[in-house]
Design a protein around this ligand. Structure first.
Ligand SMILES: N[C@@H](CCC[C@H](N)C(=O)O)C(=O)O
Length: 274
């Protein structure tokens, strides 16, 4: 029985299983995504990127290819900034796009990308919009934060202590009335010259080593706290470094994209997950 093609990749160690599925034939249930992402009973990943033609998924986009993103728990999210870079590199290397500048679809809208000669990728991430303020609690301690919408929801807390000292193993508390669909929680140290250090607890995943949309949210939030609405910054996350520019109504994210492995899923295992 033929297997199902997969690739494994990561962007600043935010890791993904890619499932090439041009015609949208895979039945990608929540249970299958959760099993694939499980680091013991599956391949292990923070999320799944289904590579599907826009025409096959039936969602609006000018792009030929659509990033159908799922979190490790099987939930659907609107956007993934690290995933988009890995997805773009895959499209280029698989010869599925002409050239290195193209538009990809996502549930948060179209994302123009450019794959550079060194295979890092710049993504036009759209607006990063400050939507208010709220509070998160880590181990019972409250941290106030700036809420930012980057197509998906974020709450960014600038903290005085070194972010590496925070215990993010458990789900931090947040206001479910403010974030009825959940939220990604970023904790940030401002290092001077606009540089940031960040850790993140992602909706639908837990702590990850990087979150691309989160880095854009972090730059937008810290600019907001400084009374500005545009600027550029590097953001250091446990998995590496990205560069972010935020302007009024637009933002870009540049960072690495790696493909680590490719292979076939066992079809009996897949079928048994239902
Ligand atoms: N890791 C991603 C964000 C993935 C989606 C997020 N967990 C959500 O539920 O909104 C990134 O790199 O942006």
């Amino acid at each position: 029985m033929a297997g199902i093609e997969f690739l494994k990749g990561h962007g600043t160690q935010n890791d993904f299983v890619l499932l090439p599925d041009a015609d949208g034939a895979l039945d990608l249930t929540e249970a299958r995504v959760a099993a694939l992402c499980d680091r013991r009973r599956g391949l292990g990943a923070d999320g799944v990127l289904r590579v599907v033609r826009t025409a096959a998924i039936g969602l609006p986009s000018e792009g030929e290819w659509f990033m159908d993103y799922r979190n490790a728990d099987g939930s659907i999210a609107e956007m993934c900034g690290n995933g988009v870079r890995v997805f773009a590199r895959y499209l280029v290397e698989a010869g599925l796009v002409a050239g290195r500048e193209f538009v990809m679809g996502s549930r948060a809208g179209d994302r123009p990308v450019r794959v550079h000669d060194d295979l890092s990728v710049t993504v036009h991430m759209g607006p990063a919009t400050v939507t208010g303020s709220s509070v998160t609690t880590v181990a019972g301690r409250p941290f106030s934060g700036v809420a930012v919408d980057v197509g998906n929801p974020h709450l960014v807390s600038a903290v005085d202590e070194d972010v590496s000292s925070l215990d993010l193993r458990d789900q931090p508390g947040f206001d479910r009335d403010f974030f009825p669909h959940g939220v990604n929680l970023e904790f940030v140290n401002m290092l001077g010259d606009g540089a940031l250090r960040m850790r993140v607890h992602e909706r639908g995943v837990g702590e990850t080593r990087a979150c691309g949309t989160g880095t854009v949210a972090a730059v937008a939030a810290t600019l907001h706290l400084a009374g500005a609405d545009s600027g550029s910054s590097t953001v250091d996350i446990p998995g590496g470094r990205v560069s972010v520019t935020v302007e009024r109504g637009a933002s870009t994210l540049t960072g690495p994209a790696e493909i680590v492995a490719r292979g076939e899923l066992d079809e009996h295992w897949w079928a048994g997950l239902g």
